[in-house]
Write a protein that binds this ligand. Structure first.
Ligand code: GDP
Length: 138
């Protein structure tokens, strides 16, 4: 079993796609081990995306991520990190495969509906950033 960190981003929550995305997560075989709605502060978004701080889109991305509530989750499955990124699809919804969440729910390369950790090290950092160990079920 592996755990990964997922976010339903503010664009998808505002568009009332939360329920449909959670349904897709469960149908794909993930166990949701923790889940919380959070309206990130700008500083929290900057800390979460610190790896991107030199990128030109960092100010816009962190403003977007702090623009409204998100749903943050710990997902568990065999090969969860790869499996969740496959279900999300490519960063740019226009390039995402048919049937992926970003294809269905994303609107732009920035407003792309979901986040997922890209490696075991980032999953550990991101899970710890939002879920102190005591909050994880199981
Ligand atoms: P991810 O791992 O697929 O989420 O992609 P990245 O780690 O490369 O980027 C993190 C997030 O920054 C993405 O999910 C998008 O919300 C945003 N992003 C990535 N590339 C761009 C870009 O070229 N322009 C803008 N405005 N946002 C971007």
């Amino acid at each position: 079993m592996e755990r990964t960190f997922a976010i339903i981003k503010p664009d998808a929550v505002a568009a009332r796609h939360t329920g449909r995305i959670i349904q897709r997560i469960e149908e794909a075989g993930f166990q949701i081990r923790a889940m919380r709605m959070r309206h990130l502060s700008k500083a929290e978004a900057e800390g979460f995306y610190a790896v991107h701080r030199e990128r030109p889109f960092f100010p816009s991305l962190t403003t977007f991520m702090s623009s409204g509530p998100s749903v943050v989750m710990a997902l568990e499955a065999p090969d969860a990190i790869r499996k969740w990124r496959t279900l999300m699809g490519a960063t740019d919804p226009a390039k995402a495969d048919a049937g992926t969440l970003r294809k269905e729910f994303g609107r732009s390369i920035e407003n792309n509906a979901t986040h997922g950790s890209d490696a075991p090290e980032t999953a550990a950092f991101e899970l710890g950033y939002f879920f102190p160990g005591i909050d994880l079920i199981g």
